[in-house]
Design a protein around this ligand. Structure first.
Ligand SMILES: Nc1ncnc2c1ncn2[C@@H]1O[C@H](COP(=O)(O)OP(=O)(O)OP(=O)(O)O)[C@@H](O)[C@H]1O
Ligand SMILES: [Mg+2]
Length: 495
């Protein structure tokens, strides 16, 4: 069974489209768009980090300011309402005495009452807890943070976020549990300066902690939303850009393909025009003497002695060959100087009737049967004589390919684009895949007596009617020639 092959027209189109795609000046735009995606993505990410970071900073600054005011007020109240009266009354401060502790606690509680403070401690110079809102911690050592020493030596207050969740993991561990993020401030607890030009003495270190988990979680959620939105918007932009480029590429490829086709047609037309001039002058020189040879042979055939069989055979051969030669000359002329088709409304069924009727005798002699399946009412705008010529060439090729008895199937209908579709399928060996790309080359033939102009003429006729021709091997064997022609507008009268 012959190997099925794709229609050669489509093969050429695909190859051209690929070529066109390769040469496209837009191909660099793809790289550019990928780069731009990377740039947009990075910029967006940087921007989103910047925005959310500044939101975090604002939150921390707000909390720090609040804590600063709180600890300064605490310091003032502790000194005025506890330290000074206690020293004046007892000579020294000893928080181990319950009465002193109670008094300090009252002062502290009155200041922090209703404020978001979790814990408050005061460390003495031995880093021991001298006061804590949690009475059980009183007198314990080892609870002071490492930088307490700096504060005890009078350094400025220190703010720190304390968490056991690493910063980089935090965005992925939302929601947090209470106390996951705590803001701690260490502040030197000061008294009044002993002399006006001396710095106020440090009495201990004040530590205040505040749970900022909720605020921190809000900032991180905000940061996540910004990052995701940026990513999504970049992706959408990129997809749109790609779609645009893809579309532009397709349009450009189609245009380039069209331009190439036009160039090729122009080139081939130029070649044909040159060839046509030469051939028509040669044909003119050949046709007249050929006509004389043919009519002379015919004349001699009539007048000669019927008993001389040898001479009759020679004259018959001269006559037949001169007829064949003048047909070949006419083919050359048809190919080299294609006629402009008339624009009549032609009935495809009628043309097929005439062609098949003409070939009936010859086909019958060879044992070829014709199976015809044609829909009624198929009209095209064109030249019925030229279309007759085209169908005739295709049918003769089919009959020759079968080389003896066989079946020729002819079908005609409308395709899904409303075009008139004719299919000629023979039961021969099918197209040799090796010669398939050359079928439309002028003078290409595999037959002894062929000119190789049959299919090029068919193609030129079909194309001049705005149609297309396709060649393929049918899956069930045999060569299939498909002709597609634009249907005639409704309402025109057939001739
Ligand atoms: N139905 C077919 N089955 C197999 N091969 C075909 C068929 N039709 C055409 N061909 C191949 O295509 C070639 C070119 O055909 P074309 O009609 O152009 O010229 P030709 O038939 O050889 O010569 P001419 O048409 O002048 O008699 C043929 O020689 C043949 O090899
Ligand atoms: Mg032929």
């Amino acid at each position: 069974m012959p190997e099925p092959v794709a229609p050669i027209k489509n093969q050429v189109d695909e190859a051209e489209a690929k070529d066109a795609g390769r040469d496209l000046p837009l191909s660099y735009a793809r790289t550019l768009s990928s780069l731009s995606l990377a740039v947009v993505l990075l910029t967006n990410l940087a921007l989103s980090f910047f925005i959310s970071n500044s939101a975090r900073e604002t939150l921390l600054t707000r909390q720090e300011n609040f804590m600063r005011v709180l600890v300064e007020n605490l310091n003032y109240q502790i000194f005025r309402r506890f330290a000074l009266p206690t020293i004046l009354a007892n000579g020294r401060i000893s928080l181990r005495q319950p009465s002193q502790y109670e008094r300090l606690d009252q002062v502290v509680q009155s200041v922090i009452h209703g404020l978001p403070v979790d814990r408050l401690r005061i460390y003495d110079f031995s880093h021991i807890v001298a006061y804590s809102t949690n009475k059980e911690e009183l007198g314990r050592s080892g609870l002071a943070p490492p930088n307490v020493e700096d504060v005890l030596h009078g350094e400025a207050s220190k703010f720190q976020i304390i968490s056991n969740i690493p910063a980089w993991q935090a965005p992925f561990r939302i929601p947090f549990a209470d106390g996951d993020f705590v803001l701690r401030v260490l502040y030197p607890l000061r008294g009044e300066p002993l002399q006006p030009d001396m710095p106020p003495p440090v009495m201990g270190a004040l530590e205040v902690t505040q749970d900022i988990t909720d605020d921190y979680e809000q900032v991180l959620t905000f940061q996540g939303i910004i990052v995701i939105m940026c990513l999504l918007s970049s992706m959408v932009m990129f997809a749109l850009l790609l779609m645009l480029i893809h579309r532009a590429e397709r349009v450009l490829a189609a245009r380039m393909q069209k331009t190439r086709q036009l160039e090729r047609e122009l080139h081939s037309n130029e070649k044909l025009a040159g060839m046509g001039r030469v051939i028509s002058s040669i044909a003119h020189e050949i046709r007249n003497p050929l006509g004389i040879i043919r009519s002379s042979a015919e004349f001699l055939q009539k007048r000669m002695d019927k008993t001389d069989a040898g001479a009759a055979r020679i004259l018959g051969a001269i006559y037949d060959e001169s007829v064949r030669l003048s047909q070949t000359v006419n083919d050359f002329l048809d190919y080299a100087r294609p006629r402009q088709p008339r624009q009549d409304t032609a009935d495809i069924n009628l043309i097929l009737d005439q062609t098949l009727a003409f070939l009936e005798g010859e086909m019958g002699r060879c044992g070829v049967s014709v199976e015809r399946q044609t829909a009624p009412g198929l009209f095209v705008l064109g030249d019925k004589d030229l279309l007759y010529r085209a169908f005739y060439n295709i049918l003769v090729n089919g009959q020759q390919a079968m080389d003896g008895p066989g079946v020729l199937r002819v079908s005609a209908d409308r395709d899904d684009r409303g075009r008139v579709r004719l299919e000629f399928l023979d039961s021969g060996k099918g197209f040799d895949p090796a010669v398939l790309p050359r079928l439309l080359d002028p003078f290409f033939t595999t037959k002894d007596g062929g000119t190789g102009l049959g299919l090029p003429i068919v193609q030129s006729i079909i194309v001049s009617h705005g149609g297309a021709i396709e060649f393929e091997n049918s899956p069930q064997g045999g060569a299939l020639v498909r002709v597609l022609l634009p249907a005639a507008p409704q309402g025109k009268k057939a001739v």
